[in-house]
Design a protein around this ligand. Structure first.
Ligand code: ZN
Length: 74
Protein backbone atom coordinates (compact mmCIF):
# COMPACT_ATOMS: atom_id res chain seq x y z
CA UNK A 1 0.00 0.00 0.00
CA UNK A 2 1.18 3.52 -0.81
CA UNK A 3 -0.38 6.23 1.27
CA UNK A 4 -0.93 9.20 -0.97
CA UNK A 5 0.02 12.41 0.89
CA UNK A 6 -2.45 14.67 -0.96
CA UNK A 7 -5.59 13.01 0.32
CA UNK A 8 -4.19 10.40 2.72
CA UNK A 9 -5.88 7.50 0.95
CA UNK A 10 -4.07 4.15 1.00
CA UNK A 11 -3.71 3.10 -2.62
CA UNK A 12 -2.47 -0.31 -3.80
CA UNK A 13 1.14 -0.34 -5.08
CA UNK A 14 0.10 -1.06 -8.68
CA UNK A 15 -2.43 1.80 -8.82
CA UNK A 16 -1.59 4.45 -11.42
CA UNK A 17 -4.34 6.75 -10.24
CA UNK A 18 -5.44 7.52 -6.69
CA UNK A 19 -8.59 5.54 -5.98
CA UNK A 20 -9.95 8.34 -3.82
CA UNK A 21 -9.22 11.60 -5.68
CA UNK A 22 -8.11 10.26 -9.08
CA UNK A 23 -4.74 12.01 -9.16
CA UNK A 24 -2.08 10.34 -11.29
CA UNK A 25 0.26 8.53 -8.88
CA UNK A 26 2.79 7.49 -11.53
CA UNK A 27 3.13 11.03 -12.79
CA UNK A 28 3.64 12.36 -9.28
CA UNK A 29 6.45 9.85 -8.85
CA UNK A 30 7.99 10.87 -12.17
CA UNK A 31 7.92 14.56 -11.19
CA UNK A 32 9.57 13.73 -7.87
CA UNK A 33 12.27 11.74 -9.67
CA UNK A 34 12.86 14.61 -12.10
CA UNK A 35 13.14 17.11 -9.23
CA UNK A 36 15.60 14.85 -7.41
CA UNK A 37 17.64 14.48 -10.59
CA UNK A 38 17.75 18.24 -11.12
CA UNK A 39 18.80 18.73 -7.49
CA UNK A 40 21.60 16.20 -7.98
CA UNK A 41 22.79 17.98 -11.13
CA UNK A 42 22.64 21.37 -9.38
CA UNK A 43 24.65 20.12 -6.40
CA UNK A 44 27.13 18.53 -8.81
CA UNK A 45 27.60 21.84 -10.62
CA UNK A 46 28.07 23.66 -7.30
CA UNK A 47 30.66 21.07 -6.21
CA UNK A 48 32.49 21.40 -9.53
CA UNK A 49 32.50 25.21 -9.29
CA UNK A 50 33.80 25.01 -5.72
CA UNK A 51 36.61 22.67 -6.78
CA UNK A 52 37.43 24.91 -9.75
CA UNK A 53 37.45 27.99 -7.52
CA UNK A 54 39.74 26.29 -4.98
CA UNK A 55 42.11 25.23 -7.77
CA UNK A 56 42.10 28.75 -9.20
CA UNK A 57 42.95 30.27 -5.82
CA UNK A 58 45.89 27.86 -5.45
CA UNK A 59 47.09 28.49 -9.01
CA UNK A 60 46.60 32.29 -9.02
CA UNK A 61 49.70 33.22 -6.93
CA UNK A 62 51.80 30.90 -9.10
CA UNK A 63 50.41 32.45 -12.27
CA UNK A 64 51.05 35.97 -11.00
CA UNK A 65 54.60 34.92 -10.04
CA UNK A 66 55.21 33.54 -13.55
CA UNK A 67 53.74 36.70 -15.03
CA UNK A 68 55.99 38.81 -12.77
CA UNK A 69 59.14 36.86 -13.79
CA UNK A 70 58.28 37.07 -17.48
CA UNK A 71 57.35 40.72 -17.07
CA UNK A 72 60.76 41.50 -15.55
CA UNK A 73 62.77 39.52 -18.15
CA UNK A 74 60.98 41.10 -21.12
ZN1 ZN B 1 -5.89 10.86 -3.60
Amino acid sequence: MTKYPKCGYDNPMEAKYCLNCGFKLAQEEKYKLKAEGMLLIASGIILLLTLLFNALIKILPLLSLIYLIFGITK
